[in-house]
Ligand binder design. Structure first.
Ligand code: ADP
Length: 425
């Protein structure tokens, strides 16, 4: 039986969970991320466990049910504080799910006050006077205005959250945060006395988050993007240490699979090829007519892996090419076909002895983790902001494998080669 955990995270999507876990590791916690709510007791020892849900855009009542199940499991592990993690652009609609999930967690924990802040200054997300900025512009002037599922047309988070909850929403403004933890505590007490249940918190720098941290020590529930996580481990007496990111030694062949078509990933693929590494492009139309594209890719990889250098298999394409495929196959059909093929290739590569695997693409990562039968990941050192190496057990690799799951626009241009250098460093 492992010892009790300190902090329990509930994240509303998979890459968001990794982002939270990554910040906790950098602040000194040993962290395990689970895929969904585990059905058994945890096997690994950790200071924090982050349960990754897929609850950002599902109906609010389902998001509440999943979050409460995660809460029950985390409390059974001994979690002393719960951290509900959502997107740093506060992705939600008047129907939820940030408000309803927060309210349900508060009720289950019997707490009458919590905070809410998506501030993550390192990633350009800052909150001032309750207004969320994305880089230099207000949330509603950013690309989030046109988001297909959660269009954000108001940057005032007090208003946005108030529309989603029966609890009263207030503001801990920058003056209180800048004046230090005692001032923040005093402001919390005043808001509480006024009947406020959830307070949006201003923060424009990491210093603001560090000043705020001690004031959050006694809250049973914190709700935030991943930014606040940099300041919480200190409340448990933990300080940054490389030990927190320690993973087993890396072994085996190296491979990259990419189903992401984002701008950054296109540049990373081009960079990898320009460095002279072996790379194979997948043609979605050949998948669609039933060719065994995965089998062909695995045959191609078999001879090359033994050279000891990383290989890349990718469906990554420029927007015009993706559009052509989507026009021919339909958006959902194209996405699903490519995801399944890339995941089958990832599984096959691990079967061939790959033990260091880079996966590019958020949805693609979900499909690969599922194909590999991975239930939990231990979080290691970050390669680029928000993207750490992880170690996981899989039926395809009973001794475990290292993998990193890179969503969309994350990572520098040399990510596909540097990732392996970071791991062997
Ligand atoms: P990102 O994190 O960059 O958004 P995702 O993996 O989440 O990447 O999403 C990319 C989607 O595009 C996936 O559903 C994937 O299967 C699909 N896809 C990948 N390559 C192609 C392609 N060449 N044509 C059409 N769709 C593609």
């Amino acid at each position: 039986m492992s010892r009790a955990i300190l902090l329990g995270g509930i994240a509303d999507d998979f890459t968001g969970a990794t982002d939270l876990a990554n910040n906790l590791v950098r602040a000194g916690m040993r962290v395990v991320q689970t895929i969904g709510v585990p059905d058994a007791a945890r096997a690994a020892d950790a200071d924090a466990v982050v349960v990754a849900l897929k609850s950002r855009t599902i109906p609010a009542n389902e998001a509440v049910a999943q979050s409460l199940a995660a809460l029950d499991w985390l409390r059974a592990q001994g979690a002393r504080q719960i951290y509900f993690k959502y997107c740093s652009t506060f992705d939600s609609t008047p129907a939820g799910n940030i408000g309803p999930v927060t309210e349900a967690l508060m009720q289950a924990l019997g707490c009458d006050f919590t905070i809410a802040t998506p501030a993550f200054p390192d990633n350009g997300r800052t909150v001032f006077k309750g207004y969320l900025f994305v880089g230099d512009v207000l949330l509603n002037e950013s690309g989030m205005r046109q988001h297909p599922l959660t269009p954000m047309t108001d940057a005032n988070l007090v208003r946005v959250l108030q529309a989603q909850t029966r609890r009263r929403v207030g503001l801990i403004d920058h003056r209180s945060v800048a004046a230090g933890a005692d001032a923040a505590r005093a402001r919390m007490a005043a808001l509480r006395a006024e009947g406020v249940g959830i307070a949006i918190v201003d923060a424009v720098s990491n210093e603001d988050l560090w000043r705020l941290g001690p004031a959050l020590a006694d809250l049973p529930l914190v709700t935030a993007g991943s930014g606040v996580a940099i300041a919480l481990p200190a409340n448990f007496g933990l300080a940054p240490t490389s030990q927190a990111a320690a993973l087993p030694a890396a072994s085996g062949w190296q491979a990259v699979v990419s189903g992401s078509c984002s701008q950054a990933t296109n540049a990373q693929v081009a960079h990898f090829i320009a460095r002279g590494h072996a790379a194979l492009a997948l043609d979605p139309l050949r998948i669609a007519v039933g060719e065994d594209v995965a089998g062909q890719a695995l045959d191609w990889a078999r001879g090359r892996l033994a050279d000891g250098a990383p290989v890349l298999v990718y469906s990554t394409a420029e927007p015009a090419a993706v559009q052509t495929i989507q026009d021919r196959l339909g958006v959902a059909q194209a996405g699903a076909l490519v995801e399944q093929t890339v995941a089958a290739i990832a599984r096959g590569l691990v079967g061939q002895g790959v033990r260091q695997l880079v996966v590019a693409g958020g949805e693609t990562s979900g499909a690969c983790v599922q194909a590999l039968g991975i239930a939990q990941l231990r979080i290691g050192a970050q390669i680029d902001p928000g993207v750490p190496w992880c170690h996981a057990l899989s039926p395809a690799a009973p001794q475990g494998l290292h993998l990193t799951l890179k969503s969309g626009n994350f990572g520098g241009e040399d990510f596909f080669t540097r990732a392996f250098e970071v791991l062997s460093a």
